[in-house]
Design a protein around this ligand. Structure first.
Ligand code: ATP
Ligand code: 9VF
Ligand code: MG
Length: 390
């Protein structure tokens, strides 16, 4: 037991500076369970360096913490897996999807621990172990169903050290984020092809959605994140690009070639190829040379430059009608369109055009063969596809 010289409190932690010069950080327990258990003589001995007086110890121990509002029950101790398995990172990984409910110890009803303690053989991983291992893997590195794999602890430690080495390598050598780098590559490519780069607002008037023919009862309309003042987070880049085409057409020579790369937002429910926050590049050309052949040739040069294989398919969408969809297996990389379309009138456009919209995270998913699109997205957890909770 130490004498407390001073302490700093945040909403989650308390940093305690002891009389003897130690600094201890503990969780800020709103119910003071740890302090109570210390008082109930869980402490073993008094720190000899703190030189606590009898008076100070008496004051601490004799404090009455009985609260009539709280029902005190005996808390059961849950059998837990071996310490090594419940590593810090793993607990955090599990917490990502299933937040651990921490109840104050004094209100937990007394219960016997009846949960069977499952023992997993070396070739079977528990669901939480599998989740942790999946997060630590990159692409098709290993198959978790392979019966010759080493036991969990060994495999986990091996993957953690590999991922650490990769992150150190990135930190020491390139320091580039793959999504940002892809944006720069695409930008340089399109500029070299004569397209001018646009950066417009992410918040746009909600009215633009209606003017794109996306009425309230249409699926995409329900996917739009709206603000309370008639604006929304853009679900696409086309509305503002329409406005730029119309204005630039009066200023620069024909054809007008423009593009924008930036965040777009859609409420999505499907997981592995959809993000609610993704990055779109939309390039388009209006005026001379706006032919299907040129569109396909541009798409071919674009994807060849990025080193991504593709197939072209015809499709229909409600915004433009016929589209040229660019596929990588089952994954749609882009919808491209050969205008004009009737909607052009609502945007003051009366010339032929071609355009394509690609999702950058889908391009990364295709290029790196990621199982989940999240690996290449804006993320708190993945850096260049590598899990950072190591
Ligand atoms: P999907 O049918 O796959 O939901 P979409 O046809 O609705 O896509 P488009 O409106 O054609 O998408 O958008 C152009 C491109 O933007 C898509 O081909 C895709 O690459 C990308 N994209 C669209 N929605 C998302 C999303 N939610 N997450 C990631 N990328 C997306
Ligand atoms: C094709 C994808 C309407 C002349 C400014 C350019 C296009 C891109 C389709 C995108 C969308 N369209 N998500 O239009 O390039 O708008 O649905 Si324009
Ligand atoms: Mg599409």
């Amino acid at each position: 037991m130490h004498g407390v010289k001073k302490y700093e409190i945040s909403s989650r932690k308390i940093r305690i500076h002891t009389d003897c010069g130690e600094v201890i950080t503990v969780n800020n327990s709103r119910h003071s369970a740890s302090a109570r258990s210390l008082r109930n003589s869980k402490y073993r001995k008094v720190c000899k360096h703190c030189k606590l007086s009898d008076e100070r110890i008496h004051r601490f121990v004799s404090k009455d913490f009985y609260d009539p509002e709280i029902t005190y029950v005996e808390a059961s101790v849950k059998k837990s897996a071996p310490k090594k398995v419940l590593k810090k990172g793993m607990a955090e990984a599990a917490a990502q999807t299933a937040p651990v409910q921490t109840a104050p110890v004094q209100t937990v009803p007394a219960q016997k621990s009846e949960e069977p303690v499952t023992v997993f053989g070396k070739d079977h991983f528990s669901p939480s172990q599998r989740k942790r291992l999946e997060a630590l893997l990159v692409s098709d590195e290993i198959n978790l169903d392979d019966p010759t794999l080493p036991p969990y602890e060994e495999l986990e430690a091996e993957l953690v050290s590999k991922r650490k080495a990769e992150l150190v390598d990135i930190y020491e050598n390139s320091r580039e984020h793959m999504l940002a780098k892809l944006e720069r590559d695409i930008s340089a490519f399109l500029i070299s092809k004569g397209f001018i780069e646009i950066k417009s607002s992410i918040l746009i008037p909600e009215e633009y959605i209606i003017r794109m023919g996306i009425d309230k009862d249409i699926e995409l309309s329900k996917q739009v994140f709206r603000t309370d003042d008639g604006q929304c987070l853009r679900p696409m880049l086309a509305p503002v690009l329409y406005n730029y085409l119309r204005r630039l057409d009066k200023i620069v020579s024909d054809p007008v070639k423009i593009f924008e790369i930036g965040p777009c937002y859609r409420k999505e429910s499907d997981g592995s190829s959809h993000l609610e926050e993704f990055t779109m590049v939309n390039f388009c050309q209006m005026g001379g040379g706006s032919t299907r052949e040129n569109l396909i040739q541009l798409i071919d040069e674009f994807l060849t430059h990025l080193g991504i294989s593709y197939e072209i398919e015809g499709d229909e969408c409600m915004v433009y009608g016929a589209t040229v969809d660019v596929m990588h297996g089952d994954l749609e990389l882009s919808s491209a369109v050969v205008g004009p379309v009737p909607m052009d009138m609502d945007w003051g456009i009366d010339k032929p055009w071609i355009g394509a919209g690609f999702g950058l995270e889908r391009l990364l998913k295709a290029k790196h063969n990621f199982k989940n699109i999240k690996r290449g997205s804006r993320s708190e957890f993945y850096y260049n596809g590598i899990y950072t909770n190591l």
